[in-house]
Ligand binder design. Structure first.
Ligand code: PHE
Length: 345
């Protein structure tokens, strides 16, 4: 009996030391097996030893062993609870780290450029119109003053759909005609949309790209209005960081016509070998001009009473210059590493 008592005292001391070392569920389980394991646990060993006691001592011994067993259980249960708690606490502490939010998707960069362009023109009183991407020869060319055999048609590498009459629009200018057919002046609109040309993709060309057309028709519209509007738009879009220049040009549907350049945003007019401006210091950003009187006649607007100006610019190009993107194809490759740079997440 004394031996059993001594043994229990020794086990209690061992339990005390061992519990202090428990750090995780694994070391707790080890201790559980050591003390309460069914075959070789200390409690089982004590029970086995009890068999050799004289019968009158067995009852007391049984009680002491059971008491010890209960104490062991209590101690181990207590440790288990505190391990669970500390797990929760360490998990709760992680909550102070910035979370990783799921990616919800966001507008494509071209859509963001288009939104910005639209909002600048809307503030100037322009409204937004759209037209079909599949057009007829009449809207894409004829009504815009390209006669059937006009050599300027070669400038637009047209994708024809059916017997040379249906085609994918090569510019957004046909929307000018569609709007002027429906509405009488004053007209002040922009028309963003996709356009298509038979072109092999390279850093500055794509068979499909985006344009914004602009059109104003009213009494007494002059080239000064055109210049002021374009100048204001470009300075707002590029945050005043660029120079703007107008060059004489030709379009069949405007007279006089101009092309507009901005100072190169990639080299800032400083690199003679710049791969974007080729060292000229200027990049072309849009075509524009006064609406040709013949175009007004084609839609039954009297050119003696009304005049107007129009312009067309590439949305992709404008964004490329704003962000100094060297290759147009990035916009269409759908590489999320590129696309996500423009969204807010
Ligand atoms: N449609 C012309 C182009 O695609 C641009 C333009 C639009 C020019 C309006 C003058 C007026 O190049």
């Amino acid at each position: 009996m004394r031996e059993i008592k001594n043994q229990i005292d020794a086990y209690r001391k061992e339990l005390e030391k061992a519990t202090a070392r428990i750090k995780d569920a694994e070391s707790l389980q080890e201790l559980h097996t050591l003390f309460l394991g069914r075959k070789k646990g200390y409690v089982t060993l004590l029970m086995n030893a009890m068999k050799f006691l004289p019968p009158e001592e067995k009852r007391d011994a049984g009680q002491i062993i059971n008491l010890f067993k209960k104490d062991v259980q209590d101690v181990l249960d207590g440790r288990q609870k505190s391990i669970q708690k500390s797990r929760i606490i360490s998990f709760a502490a992680d909550l102070t780290l910035p979370g990783r939010s799921p990616y919800w998707g966001a507008p494509h960069p071209l859509r963001l450029f288009q939104n910005r362009i639209e909002s600048i023109f809307q503030k100037m009183g322009f409204s937004i119109e759209e037209g079909p991407e599949i057009e007829t020869d009449f809207y894409n060319f004829e009504a815009l003053n390209f006669p059937p055999e006009h050599p300027a048609r070669d400038d637009w590498d047209t994708l024809y759909l059916d017997k040379d009459d249906w085609l994918l629009r090569t510019h957004t200018s046909p929307v000018q005609i569609r709007v002027m057919e429906k509405r009488k002046p004053p007209i002040r609109i922009i028309c963003p949309g996709k356009v298509f040309r038979k072109e092999a993709p390279d850093p500055t060309h794509s068979p499909m790209f985006y344009q914004v057309e602009g059109l104003i028709v009213d009494h007494g519209i002059t080239f000064a209005h055109l210049k002021g509007t374009i100048d204001f738009f470009l300075r707002t879009f590029f945050h005043e960081k660029i120079k703007v220049r107008f060059r004489p040009s030709f379009f069949p549907f405007t007279e006089p016509s101009a092309e507009v350049d901005i100072s190169c945003t990639v080299c800032n007019q400083k690199d003679d070998n710049c791969r974007v401006c080729g060292g000229s210091g200027w990049v072309e950003i849009l075509g524009a001009g006064m609406v040709d009187p013949q175009v007004l006649k084609n839609v039954n607007i009297d050119p003696e009473k009304y005049s107007g100006f129009a312009f067309g610019m590439g949305i992709d190009r404008t964004g490329m210059f704003q962000y100094q993107i060297p290759d147009l194809r990035y916009f269409f490759d759908n590489d999320l590493r590129f696309i996500r740079k423009f969204s807010r997440q």
